[in-house]
Ligand binder design. Structure first.
Ligand SMILES: Cc1cc2nc3c(=O)[nH]c(=O)nc-3n(C[C@H](O)[C@H](O)[C@H](O)COP(=O)(O)OP(=O)(O)OC[C@H]3O[C@@H](n4cnc5c(N)ncnc54)[C@H](O)[C@@H]3O)c2cc1C
Length: 422
């Protein structure tokens, strides 16, 4: 059917996948573009970094979407810019891709808030490569100290995390458990008891968007696991050897993990539209870009408001996925000449894990859960959200194994540049 409209979806994260799921049976030619050939389940990246899960458990092949859907194609390539006037997307290694409808779902990138040295010396946790890099860095620090224990005084075993949101909090709990359980047995000659996990959060509490009693529970659960929690403290400078705190104190560390902020994908600047704070693309109630009724922006790169409450929507996987579904349906309606409706987010609650057997859950009804019940709820929800049967099975097996034996992954360097295997 050569006269079907061309729909191009940029990005196969939560938003892009949501749109593609809705559109794959619609009467359109659907093209998906992503620089990776896999969808990344970002909420579990910290488990790759801390050896609870292997990378393939949180990355699922985008090409799986194409099975049995002939009018759909996928190109693994990087988007360079978007020309709204010419209705073209410029990509690497291919001629420009033309569209009738465009879905912008290119996510966000880390925001170092112009902190000197942060971009060069810290470890963000936003992509699969970030998670593998951090994973290997932790193991390399242990190998270095194994050969030269004096490095402990240089901060080789001081692991600092900036940002006490869900990412920083979940990572801090998992790192402390990793260092003080499995790695303790792996490195019997290491002064592993001197290893520190230090969490810095500039606001007065961790998990700022949760209720105060959940914030207090999370702080206690982290401290029970040996994490040093410093709230009301920011980091103002980072070098390869130390960090400087807002009050002027310096802490020797060779690992600063940056979990303190995001900004929209810089490609939003190529659109030539006025951007909202954080570089996000402002959209109307139906997620359309102003003055471009056939262009939609969703997820972390968009500034979206809830059609039900009028409130700004947070940067969450659930928000992006539902927005993707909505845009898919809207495009179908436009193609059929039907009326469209505003996007209304269905809030299913909020949750974060703090460690084995410890989590916090805020239900949409206002109720809360903590402890092992909340943790089981966290496991169930994350398992159900993973994309394919293969990923679900693999995560289920890894978590079950970890739970029964207190042993994690393979604990080997995944990308060891120093190895002379080549
Ligand atoms: C560590 C971490 C933990 C999180 N935990 C939770 C959680 O527990 N619960 C929750 O609801 N949310 C969580 N989030 C937030 C959630 O993951 C995001 O809100 C969600 O991924 C946003 O979806 P998106 O589709 O907008 O962007 P993304 O999922 O980031 O997808 C963007 C896609 O665009 C592609 N892309 C980017 N640039 C280019 C380019 N130039 N060319 C081609 N392709 C490109 C990327 O490869 C990616 O596939 C977490 C995020 C992080 C980073």
């Amino acid at each position: 059917m050569p006269d079907m409209p061309r729909v191009v979806v940029l990005g196969a994260g939560f938003g892009g996948i949501g749109a593609a799921q809705k559109l794959r049976d619609a009467p359109v030619h659907l093209t998906i573009i992503d620089r990776n050939d896999y969808h990344t389940f970002q909420p579990l990246l910290y488990q790759v970094a801390t050896d609870e899960l292997e990378p393939t458990a949180v990355g699922s092949p985008i090409r799986d979407l194409l099975h049995r859907h002939d009018s759909m194609v996928f190109h693994k390539c990087a988007v360079k810019s978007i020309d709204l006037a010419k209705k073209q997307v410029l990509v690497e290694e291919m001629s420009p891709v033309e569209y009738d409808y465009l879905v912008l779902a290119l996510g966000a990138t880390v925001n170092f808030h112009q902190t000197p040295g942060a971009a060069e010396h810290s470890f963000p946790l936003y992509t699969m490569k970030d998670a593998i890099r951090l994973h290997d860095h932790i193991l390399k620090k242990l190998e270095e100290v194994d050969k030269n224990p004096a490095l402990v005084d240089e901060g080789a075993l001081t692991f600092c995390i900036i940002g006490g949101g869900p990412t920083g909090t979940e990572l801090a709990g998992a790192m402390s458990e990793l260092l003080h359980t499995e790695l303790k047995a792996d490195y019997p000659n290491l002064p592993i008891d001197e290893a520190r996990v230090v969490l810095y959060e500039h606001s007065p509490a961790v998990l700022a968007h949760f209720k105060p009693k959940l914030q207090e529970y999370a702080r206690r659960a982290l401290e029970d696991r040996g994490v040093e929690v410093h709230t009301g403290t920011g980091v103002v400078e980072v070098t390869a050897e130390e960090i400087t705190l807002a009050g002027g104190d310096k802490v020797k560390t060779q690992t600063l993990i940056w979990a303190a902020g995001l900004q929209a994908n810089p490609l939003t600047k190529s659109l030539g539209v006025e951007l909202a704070p954080g570089g996000r693309v402002p959209v109307g109630p139906d997620l359309q870009v102003k003055d471009h009724p056939q262009v939609f922006a969703i997820g972390d790169m968009a500034s979206m408001t809830d059609g039900k409450t009028g409130q700004p929507l947070p940067g969450l996987g659930a928000v992006a996925l539902q927005a993707g579904h909505h845009v898919g349906k809207t495009i179908e309606q436009l193609v059929a000449g039907e009326a469209t409706t505003p996007f209304k987010y269905f809030d299913k609650g909020n949750m974060a894990q703090v460690g084995r057997g410890a989590a916090v859950v805020e239900l949409p009804t206002g109720g809360t859960l903590t402890g092992s019940i909340a943790w089981l709820a966290w496991l169930g929800v994350h398992l159900s959200l993973l994309s394919g049967a293969e990923e679900k099975t693999s995560v289920f097996v890894d978590w079950g194994w970890n739970l029964l034996t207190h042993k994690r992954g393979k604990r080997i360097l995944l990308c060891d540049d120093d190895s002379d295997d080549a």
